[in-house]
Structures are given as C-alpha cells and as structure tokens.
Ligand binder design. Structure first.
Ligand code: MTE
Ligand code: MO
Length: 376
C-alpha cells in the first residue's frame, strides 16, 4: 500500500483510488485546525503526477493577448508575492451519501474531499496586465501538464470567466507555496492555480498554459463533467443535452459534522461536543451554523464559529471555511444529529440528499446527518 503513497502525504489519508492516487482526509481530523496540514490535505488527480523540470519550465500566457508571455519560475519569483487563505473543495465531496440512494460512477468521497490552506504566489491579474487583454476576451483557459486517465491523449483543461480572473479582489493566484512550503508534487508542483470560492476543479495543478479566449474551454471537465443536472437526467440522456447545463463555478453553501462519526456510541444524558466545518462559494461569509439533535425536526443549538479568514474583510472575501462547535450539555441517545449552515446571502442547505441527487453525484450540500447510538 505505501508503495503508492506519494511523498509528503500522511498515511492517515483514506485512499479512494490508487492510480491515479486519490485520497481524502478522515473527516474527524478536519476541525482540528483552520489550516489543514499539507500532508493531510485531500488529493484529487485525474491523471498521473507529471515530472517537471524546473529549469526548463515555462508558463505560457497566450490567446487573445497583446503580448504572448513565456514565464519562467525565476520570472514569477520576481513579481510581488501575495498570500491568500482559501478552501479547496471537490465538487464530488460527500458523493457517497448520494451513491447510497442510487449507485453513481465517480470517486467515492465521504466529507473529507475539502481542505483549507494558505497559498502564496502571484495574482493572476498581474500576468493578465503584463500580457494585455484584448477587448473580446470573456474566458481564461487553464491547461495542466498532466494527461488525464479518462481521455489518454488529452491534458487537463478548464476555464473561468475573465471577470473573476482579472479582478485583483477575486484573489485568483498562481501559487508556488502551500502553507509556507513549496507545493508538493501531488498538489501541483511547481505551480498551480487557486480560484478561491470556485469548485476545486478550476484550481488547475501543474499549470502549463493560460489562454485568453472569447469562449469557454471545450475540455471535458468544463463541458461534460462538473455540471449539475436534475435527478431525471441519466448518463445516456446527458450525452444529448450537456450543452443546456452550465459548468459549475462557484460552490453552494455547505457544512458537515466531522465529530462524532456516524454510529458513534455515547452514554445517554451526558455532554457531547459536536464539531464540523462550513463553507460557501463566491467568498460569501458563513453567518450561522444550526445543530439539530432530532434529525432536523427542530434546530435547538447555534454553533460557535472559528473563521478561517482572519481579516474583517467585507462579505465577498471569505474564501476560507469556518470551523464550528456545539457543546451539547446533555444528549439523549439514540438520536440523529443534523447541521445546516447559512451564508451572507441567506442561502442554506437542502433538507435531504434525495431532493438534489444527480447522476454524477455532484454538489451534495444537503444537511449532514449523523446517528449517535447509546453506549452499552
Ligand atoms: N489540475 C490538474 N492539472 N489535474 C487534475 O486532475 N484535479 C482538480 C483540481 N486541479 C486536477 C487539477 C480537482 S477535480 C480538484 S478537486 C482539485 O484539483 C484538488 O486539488 P488537490 O489535489 O490539491 O486537493
Ligand atoms: Mo474535484
């Protein structure tokens, strides 16, 4: 097993796929620290980790630009270095709960395909200014060096809107450091994109080119995967109707109970501290997390929040998750705990997984439920 374990990654990770290596953080470890240790940070890769020669490495910035750029790492290190604290979350986080309703193809994740880190590097808008954006540009395309397993010949390609990419306060970063250390190979060494507030799929690792364009990426991860569909669309139907659905960009509001785990045994009538995370897309601040001890029939507790974004920045810049805890003075068991978060736009989570089930198992942000059993 350890033969497959990439360098610098913790053996505590739950391996979901060996080749390519995909693994999640045991949810119980997540609320321990606002910054997820890099070694415990989940890994989602669609292909093998590419071997990069740092001397020869050049990032290409091209497409509809006034001056095409070929940027070495040394060039990047000479530009202003900025640090952004941001959560990365996979669109498939919590897919396993959807698979229990009806089987789904895709990596099986519990609630640990999420992590929060500080990322350092050069803001993308600076490179866009250096390259000169032509007037008809609407999208910024990213291409990784890796070759994806699902489509042997193709590299990993996605895009984000120019409005996000070119906004200095959008904080899109070309990051060479994670938590104050050089990126690990599995997390995108030597350079990756971080698109705060967007689905993890847009934060392209091992970035080799940035292309300015009047249209979106035509890559499969922009057009055919990572789209949210209604429950009545199946894989076959989707092959005809994929154009009708937009690519997922900003994440919805989300929260999960990380402790206790499902099926935890607890002496009835004694205190229990419940812990978890909450996060919303687009930088929207988490304003509240509610806890229910009766499966969501009533919401009896408000959580104490620990924000991952330390500044008092206005509502649109909370890129980091919020950790939360509720000390329940006396919990009668058996019971079902449920949590729901609210964000600054007043969004909250759907009550049931059934109501948002989709054939790809994406964006499961239903209220998270955990059963607690009496101890013997
Ligand atoms: N970038 C490249 N080049 N190749 C990939 O397969 N996976 C994406 C994104 N960037 C991916 C990629 C997905 S789906 C997610 S969720 C995040 O990387 C995961 O980032 P992490 O592995 O650092 O946690
Ligand atoms: Mo992902």
């Amino acid at each position: 097993d350890s033969a497959q374990q990439p360098a610098g990654t913790s053996t505590a990770l739950i391996v979901r796929n060996e080749t390519p290596f995909n693994a999640e953080t045991p949810a119980m470890l997540l609320p321990r620290a606002v910054l997820t240790p890099s070694s415990q940070f989940f890994i989602r890769s669609h292909g093998e980790v590419p071997n990069v020669n740092v001397q020869q490495y050049r990032l290409k910035v091209g497409g509809l630009v006034k001056n095409e750029l070929l940027v070495s790492l040394a060039d990047l290190y000479r530009l202003p270095c900025e640090t952004v604290s941001a959560t990365v979350v996979c669109a498939g986080n919590r897919r396993n709960e959807m698979s229990r309703i009806s089987p789904i193809k895709g990596v099986g994740w519990d609630s640990g395909a999420i992590g929060n880190a500080v990322w350092s590097g050069v803001k993308l808008y600076r490179l866009l200014e250096l390259a000169g954006v032509q007037q008809n540009v609407r999208h910024v395309l990213f291409e990784g060096l890796d070759h994806i397993h699902e489509q042997q010949a193709s590299t990993y390609q996605v895009s984000i809107p120019l409005s996000k990419a070119a906004d200095p306060n959008g904080d899109v970063l070309l990051a060479y450091e994670m938590n104050g250390e050089p990126l690990a190979p599995a997390h995108g060494f030597p350079l990756r994109v971080i698109v705060p507030g967007f689905v993890g799929a847009r934060s392209v690792k091992w970035i080799q080119s940035i292309t300015l364009s009047d249209c979106e990426s035509d890559g499969m991860f922009q057009q055919h995967d990572y789209k949210l569909t209604p429950g009545f669309i199946d894989a076959e139907t989707f092959k005809r109707v994929w154009r009708e659905y937009p690519a997922i960009q900003e994440m919805p509001v989300q929260s999960a109970i990380c402790f206790p785990p499902n099926g935890y045994k607890h002496a009835s009538g004694t205190p229990l501290t419940v812990r978890g995370y909450a996060h919303s897309g687009g930088g929207k601040r988490i304003t509240r997390v509610d806890l229910s001890v009766d499966g969501g029939n009533s919401w009896s507790h408000s959580a104490i929040l620990t924000r991952g974004t330390s500044s008092d920045a206005p509502y649109a810049h909370d890129w980091s998750w919020t950790l939360w805890e509720v000390a329940v003075p006396s919990l009668s068991t058996p019971c079902q705990l449920a949590c729901r978060a609210w964000d600054a736009a007043g969004n909250s989570q759907p009550a049931t997984v059934d109501s948002i089930w989709n054939f790809r198992g994406l964006l499961n942000n239903a209220q998270h439920r955990v059963r607690v059993l009496p101890s013997a």
